[in-house]
Write a protein that binds this ligand. Structure first.
Ligand code: AMP
Ligand code: MG
Length: 328
């Protein structure tokens, strides 16, 4: 049985126990403000290899290193641009991951062999205390099997990864619900690789124009950046996006319909779920809801397509990937 320890705060003795597991090259799942992470010593290639094995993650998909502050990040890059300083002063700790040129301290497996490293400082007291107790950066992708839904509860980690994790720190439900925004600062111009809780407007306010990587918004494109596979973040149930207000007709099986802002009349037997027409609220609730519907055995989920516009970018991105067909 995987060990699961409740943690009540940054001074909880469970954190020291977890740090000891990490020092031995073990895997510890821990809460962040976005989703649960599957952590390993980010400077130990064998430990990081265990993350890939546990998740069934392709070796071409690099992992994010989690640090306790900007100084921790600066130690892992070969160049710390002015933009990075401005951004971390405003958004760290928080759901912003920066891709920067890696220093040679960063093991190749963390970078998936590439020249850059992704860095984030999570805004969760338990995550920060764990990084500090470990005394090193923690490699930590989301604590789920590759391509599956990200965990927002410790229980989700246990059911997705089971025995593959040495210890799970249970800090309750995560707050932001969606994975961090990933911003690439290693190229000529700042570019969003994955939309997230910190939106383009937040970034342009500080940086001026920011590019959006096409694959982050368009469907059916060839994978142009590591880890940006089309199908991702997916529930077991078949998820289909429908026009707002369209409802469902002539469908059998256990079916749920998720309305945004209002619910159309639904046939008997279809479970109607109403979410507010509010991007942030939907972002917070989305994964937990999909987990609940999976656990309840729903076979199909119809969800109303969110509106166009920047505020909904991150939710649209996750829904598009969660509803994409399996890759060939
Ligand atoms: P997750 O596995 O859910 O934590 O997601 C981590 C994301 O960060 C993946 O989509 C990776 O492709 C991305 N990522 C990590 N390191 C890099 C990097 N050096 N360059 C670009 N993307 C990265
Ligand atoms: Mg993930």
């Amino acid at each position: 049985m995987t060990r699961l320890l409740q943690v009540t705060g940054p001074d909880d003795p469970a954190i020291l126990e977890a740090a000891a597991v990490l020092a031995r090259g073990g895997l510890v799942a821990f809460p962040t403000e976005t989703v649960y992470g599957l952590g390993a010593d980010g400077l130990n290639p064998e430990a990081v290899a265990r993350i890939y094995a546990a998740k069934g993650r392709p070796a071409t998909n690099p992992v994010i290193l989690h640090v306790a502050d900007a100084v921790g990040a600066q130690a892992l890059v070969s160049h710390w641009p002015a933009e990075a300083q401005v951004l971390v002063e405003r958004f760290w700790p928080g759901p912003l991951t920066l891709v920067l040129p890696a220093s040679d301290r960063v093991p190749s497996i963390v970078r998936a062999g590439g020249p850059s490293v992704a860095l984030r400082c999570p805004a969760h007291p338990v995550a920060l205390a764990l990084i500090r107790a470990a005394g090193r950066p923690l490699a930590a992708p989301s604590a789920n099997r590759s391509q599956h839904l990200s965990p927002t509860l410790a229980q989700h980690v246990a059911s997705s990864l089971g025995e593959a994790v040495d210890l799970i720190l249970d800090g309750g439900a995560t707050a932001a619900g969606l994975e961090s925004t990933i911003l690439d600062l290693a190229g000529d111009r700042p570019r969003i690789l994955r939309p997230g809780p910190i939106g383009p407007a937040d970034l342009t306010a500080l940086l001026g124009p920011v590019e959006l990587w096409e694959g982050a918004v368009k469907a059916g494109e060839v994978q142009a950046a590591p880890g940006m596979a089309e199908r991702h973040y997916a529930p077991r149930a078949r998820l289909e996006l429908v026009a707002p207000g369209s409802g469902v007709r002539g469908i059998s099986g256990t079916v749920a319909y998720v309305g945004l802002g209002s619910l159309p009349p639904l046939p008997e037997g279809v479970r109607g779920i109403l979410l507010p027409l509010d991007a942030e609220a939907v972002g917070t609730r989305l994964y937990a809801l999909l987990h609940e519907l999976d656990d309840a055995g729903f076979e199909r989920i119809f969800m109303e397509r969110p509106p166009e516009g920047e505020r909904w970018l991150a939710v649209r991105d996750r829904l598009r990937r969660a509803s994409a067909k399996e890759l060939p």
